[in-house]
Ligand binder design. Structure first.
Ligand SMILES: Nc1nc2c(ncn2[C@@H]2O[C@H](COP(=O)(O)OP(=O)(O)OP(=O)(O)O)[C@@H](O)[C@H]2O)c(=O)[nH]1
Length: 388
């Protein structure tokens, strides 16, 4: 079955226009960071079929080939820009206009100087293939996102597209009348090319939209797992990550600290809530500086913090707890001309290599922290059950 190229291009344009309108409408409700790449993509979707349609028309009106080719190359550039924008890169360099201007000027000149030269289309195909291949590379390697499956869909669609365009471009450079040239002029090859040209952007668009959902999900996960005041892990995220470390194959025991600031209410009552907030931020920063890569630091709630120390025994954890206590006591905070001295009570409990009960560990560290409070505050207490 061979498709009528004009009718196919028209159908592709109508379908793309509908998809583009949907993407534009959906972008209105997205945060700008997601909406911008989506708007650029929505533009790219319609440019190529509009170009195809003009190229079909150009068979009767040759000058239409100039805007037709320009729109096609612009579409590939826009796909690349959309992908770069979605990866948090700046897609605003004036260099992106270069291939579009080049094609516009070159095809206008060649329309008069070299009418009917197949290499014109060959050069356009090779240029588009290069841009499509770059887009595939950006999809695969430009990512900040942890998940990657949907970027793979986009990359495969663009790689296929680049392959078809490159093959077509190269074949058009073959001498007139050669077997390769006869082959490319066959209607079924044209049908395949048109089908591919319509299908690849549709598949890539699906991958692109799903990539947007991934980014949104990661953003929400980031918000949910980060305490907005201190930037530390929220209680839920802390416990989730600690559970994951306990279940990890290389687990070799762990220690947990519960830290509660001493007489914090006096800071709030005496100097205001803002000063209290500032103190919490300073404490978080001071503790973060003392911890090792791989340790978890969370805000358990209010003026209480938790530290999970993987592969750490009681002696090492106690030294670290002392370091944290000292770091908090050295924080310099001035409020209303008065130097405030922050103190913290710390409870410590440990798990052996065969123990994985996080709830029990937390409970024991909490009990040790209360023992530190009762013992006069500003000290570290180790839960006896944890010293075994
Ligand atoms: N500024 C500020 N204060 C907070 C925040 N969360 C909890 N607090 C305050 O922390 C204080 C905790 O007070 P208490 O539970 O009595 O504890 P404390 O004064 O530290 O006394 P001890 O723990 O017994 O040493 C309360 O005043 C809370 O309002 C916060 O996000 N910002």
């Amino acid at each position: 079955m061979n498709l009528d190229p004009f009718a196919s291009a028209l159908i592709a344009l109508l379908a793309s226009a509908a998809m583009s309108a949907g993407l534009f409408a959906a972008a209105v409700r997205q945060p700008e960071e997601l909406a911008r790449p989506q708007r650029i993509w929505a533009r790219a979707i319609v440019l190529a079929p509009a170009g195809w349609l003009l190229l079909e028309w150009a068979q009767d009106l040759p000058s239409l080939a100039v805007p037709g080719k320009t729109l096609i190359v612009a579409s590939f550039v826009e796909y690349l820009r959309a992908l770069l924008a979605s990866r948090g890169r700046m897609p605003d360099s004036p260099w992106f206009a270069a291939p579009v201007c080049l094609v516009a000027v070159a095809s206008a000149i060649m329309l008069f100087t070299q009418p009917g030269l197949p290499m014109r289309t060959g050069m356009l195909s090779l240029l588009c293939a290069g841009i499509a291949a770059s887009t595939a590379v950006v999809a695969l390697h430009g990512g900040r996102t942890r998940r990657g499956g949907n970027a793979g869909i986009v990359a495969i669609a663009f790689l296929l597209c680049a392959g078809v365009m490159a093959a077509r471009g190269l074949l058009l450079f073959m001498p007139e009348g050669s077997a390769a040239r006869t082959w490319i002029d066959q209607p079924w090859v044209e049908t395949l090319m048109l089908g591919g040209a319509m299908l690849a952007p549709a598949v890539a668009s699906l991958g692109f939209v799903l990539m947007g959902s991934e980014r949104l999900l990661e953003r929400l996960e980031g918000i949910a797992s980060t305490d907005s005041l201190t930037g530390l892990l929220t209680r839920h995220a802390f416990l989730q990550r600690a559970e994951a470390l306990l279940a990890a194959p290389g687990y070799r025991g762990a220690a947990l600290l519960v830290l509660d600031l001493d007489h914090f209410k006096q800071i709030n009552d005496g100097h205001g809530h803002d000063t209290g907030d500032q103190a919490l931020r300073l404490v978080a920063g001071a503790m973060r500086q003392q911890l090792r890569a791989g340790d978890l630091l969370g805000r358990h709630g209010g003026e209480e913090f938790t530290v999970f120390l993987p592969s750490t025994g009681a002696a090492e954890a106690e030294v670290l707890a002392e370091t944290l206590r000292a770091a908090v006591s050295h924080i310099g905070l001035l409020a209303d001309g008065e130097a405030l001295h922050l103190k913290v009570s710390i409870g410590l409990s440990v798990l052996g290599p065969d123990e994985r009960d996080l709830g029990g560990l937390l409970k024991r560290a909490d009990e040790a922290m209360y023992a530190a409070k009762r013992g006069g505050r500003d000290q570290v207490r180790v839960h006896p059950g944890g010293q075994a």
